[in-house]
Write a protein that binds this ligand. Sequence first.
Ligand code: SF4
Length: 431
Amino acid sequence: MPQLQSHSYYITTLGCPKNEADSRAMEESLQREGFRPASRPELAELHLINTCAFIESARMETIETTLTALAVREKKQPEQKVILAGCFAERYRENIPVDLPEVDFSFGTGQYHRAGELVGERFGRPSAPGIVPFPRAHRKGQVHAFLKVADGCNRACHFCAIPGFRGPFRANTRENILEQVRLLADQGAKEIALVSQDTNNWAAPEKFLDLLEEIRTAFSPGWIRLLYMYPDRRTYHILEGIARRGIDVAPYLESPLQHTAPHVLKAMNRQGDASFYSDLFTMARELIPGVEIRTAFLIGYEGETEKDIDQLIAFMTAHRLERVSCFAFSPEENTKAAGTTPHPETAARIRRIQEAHREVQKDWMSAKIGEEVHCLVDSTSGSSAVLRRPQDAPEMDGVVLIEDAGDLRPGDFIQVQLTDFHEYDFSGRPV
Ligand code: SF4
């Protein structure tokens, strides 16, 4: 049985990049209280699982991960405390003690920054508090960081439970964002991805652009990336402003459309329509050289037809969308869509979209072979290395693999020639 390290913690993070940022906030708080990271879950006194409850598959992943953690504890570390944090813990606060009684403690999304105090009060504090600069927003050895510019959401998409448990939209202040950017630069981060539930809502477009310019000045020469840009007029103006002012941000647009059929978008209470989305993406391609687009679709909403899927595929193909995720609609409690029924053909429709997208993907990826691209080294192992292009978001998109890494180190920027691709990833060689 491995030796338990007193007052140590291990965090397992599920879900989206926003959870990554929240896990960093938890880690910061734990270290301020004097807790120390363990290298493996079975060595830790506290195993915290930062959960997700966005859709059914995310909930299942949370439950399975929790059950696995409890089984590992029983076999290898009976004194360990298993703790649930985040969205699932917030949403099922009352059910957890009944349905998962072996879980020792749970706390919700508003408490990440107090994780150290909460577990300290509950299970005992280390004798000496830690001295950690605030915030330690990226993991040791990791070259990218997710920086939350806001939390919560005021939009009321009928399928979405997030506003119910994350609360209304609250923007982080300009001063706090810039302070975090400076700290990340000092800590050696090479990429900052701005995240939130609704990033373009941080401020009016011109103010948002001012913020981007200030981040650019404070964080050079690393990459700045925008994630979760709602496909509306604000995103349109922000992209147009980035081009007009010549702000150096990664040529990347992540904008979840959810659907393209007007009646489905209306039923979902989403803004925009296929014609506006088409203008948005066309403008992005015209104004931002080399831009690549990621979107997400929610499939199987009540009223969706096969013809809607044909149109969605036609849209996706016409705009050559580089990255597409499909999620199956599941009616969530406390949402307007709670009483509706997912279409029985949802899984088949998703397969159809994914198959069509595979062709789009093969097409654009094969067109890139032979190109020389600027890459950031994410990690190295022996003589090989994992890199990303500015068009590849960390932990979401594909990577560029090289075999002849030489003395490259994480955080280096190099020119690479793309030589081949497999599924989502390129292979290449240093130029
Ligand atoms: S924009 Fe819609 S889908 Fe996104 S978090 Fe807000 S309510 Fe949910």
